[in-house]
Design a protein around this ligand. Structure first.
Ligand code: GCO
Ligand code: MG
Length: 409
């Protein structure tokens, strides 16, 4: 099982996705996801120019050893670009091992702990009524948990809103940032947003009672004291969790939130290594760990972290937005199925173009995800179809406050 080739495939069926393809001497092909939204070229170069050559000739079965080699053996370590490159390699190696022994990855992690995964979708409404309507539509498909967002009314100006900046493209709300509009920042006011957050949440709870679970992603926009105040005021509406209330660097800020409130906290899509989440997990500062399997080095460290989190009653709710590929969704689902402390899975619909490229073994129906028993990650990649969708240069949005200073989005 010697590694013969390490290649990348960049494709844009709506959004950009970077795939790692590893081929062994005996002809086994493994695929992994190395997509980092808005930084695809940096990861591609890291893989092709800097990491691939270390891997040629190595035994593809020595996944942990190769992980260590890439992570610290080559000196520069950590950060989203390198950890995403490493994740692509790691997933491809698990895929190869599964194909070699003809078993799914979850079997290598101890087998399934559950029959299906509960999933949640993003829902956005310009107004609270539109949001409730969107939730009703999704409820008709069986979904019972929602990550809700809304646009915030500017109380100082008639008919003006602070638009939610990080909308899922599938909702048709996202403003694509291209070279033409890269200099046009969106404006944000956290005070106004927080006021609406409490009111909208109260409205949703009042409208739906306990029929649904609610998750709100504040996307690191609060300072620790703002987050503590929001979490305290949200208590009566019993969220499943308040996501990313503060930036990951404010670990002590999480203590402040805990001190003031029992609203459960979800954190993690910006964590890149086990060291980032050690203290939050061990000190019980978070309830749901939301690491992104593609930005955290892949299956190997995500599974190890899940085992550690289990010892501290922290549940796993992997980051699963539309900006990682179905290969990443497959990888995280194999881990989800194999761990006792699975919490919930963020989920998205695939468009037709994606379905042409990725033939996955995951199926969503009635609010739950099921996984078949194909070997490896269980995803067939149609490389010819991938070639039809050329890379498109896209950028991440920028948010500024009313005075023009940069604000977290
Ligand atoms: C989520 C996330 C995403 C991110 C995106 C950034 O919880 O799904 O916050 O919407 O904004 O992954 O690229
Ligand atoms: Mg998030």
């Amino acid at each position: 099982m010697q590694i013969r080739k390490v290649e990348t495939i960049l494709t844009c069926p709506g959004r950009n996705y970077l795939i790692v393809k590893i081929t062994t001497e005996d002809g086994i092909i493994g695929y992994g996801d190395a997509t980092l939204n808005g930084r695809e070229m940096a990861v591609k170069a890291a893989l092709e120019e800097h990491l691939a050559k270390y891997l040629i000739g190595l035994d593809a079965g020595r996944i942990t050893d190769i992980w260590e080699l890439v992570y610290r053996g080559t000196y520069w370590r950590g950060g989203p670009v390198l950890m995403t490159a490493l994740a692509g390699i790691d997933m491809a190696l698990w895929d190869i091992k599964g194909k070699r022994y003809q078993i799914p990855v979850y079997q290598m992690l101890g087998g399934k702990c559950r029959d299906r995964l509960r999933a949640y979708y993003h829902v956005h409404g310009h107004t609270r009524e539109a949001l409730a309507e969107r939730i009703r539509q999704r409820m008709a498909d069986g979904c019972t948990c929602f990550r809700y967002s809304f646009d915030t009314k500017d109380s100082r100006k008639e008919d003006q809103y602070f638009n939610q900046p990080h909308q899922d493209i599938s909702l048709g709300k996202r403003i694509e940032v291209t070279e033409e509009n890269i200099k046009m920042p969106e404006v944000w006011d956290t005070g106004e947003y927080c006021r609406d957050l409490i009111a909208v949440t109260a409205y949703l709870r009042d409208t739906f009672g306990s029929k649904i679970d609610l998750i709100h992603d504040s996307h690191e926009r609060f300072t620790p004291i703002q987050a503590a105040a929001a979490a305290k005021r949200l208590e009566p509406y019993h969220l499943m969790f308040l996501e990313d209330p503060v930036e990951p660097v404010y670990t002590e800020g999480l203590e402040l939130i805990r001190h003031h409130s029992v609203t459960p906290i979800g954190m993690g899509e910006l964590y890149n290594s086990i060291k980032d989440c050690l203290i939050p997990i061990e000190k019980h500062l978070i309830d749901y760990l939301r690491i992104d399997i593609s930005h955290y080095g892949g299956i190997t460290p995500s599974w190890k972290t899940a085992v550690m989190a289990e010892q501290h009653a922290v549940r796993i709710a992997f980051h699963g937005p539309s900006d990682i590929s179905p290969l990443a969704h497959a990888a995280l689902a194999h881990v989800d199925f194999a761990i006792p402390n699975f919490g919930i899975q963020e989920w998205v619909d695939y468009n037709e173009e994606l379905n042409r490229i990725f033939h996955t073994d995951l199926h969503y129906a009635d609010g739950y995800i099921t996984l078949g028993d194909r070997p490896g990650l269980g995803v067939e990649v149609d490389e010819e179809a991938a070639k039809e969708y050329a890379y498109q240069s896209k950028f991440l949005p920028v948010l500024r406050d009313r005075e023009g200073a940069v604000h977290n989005w």
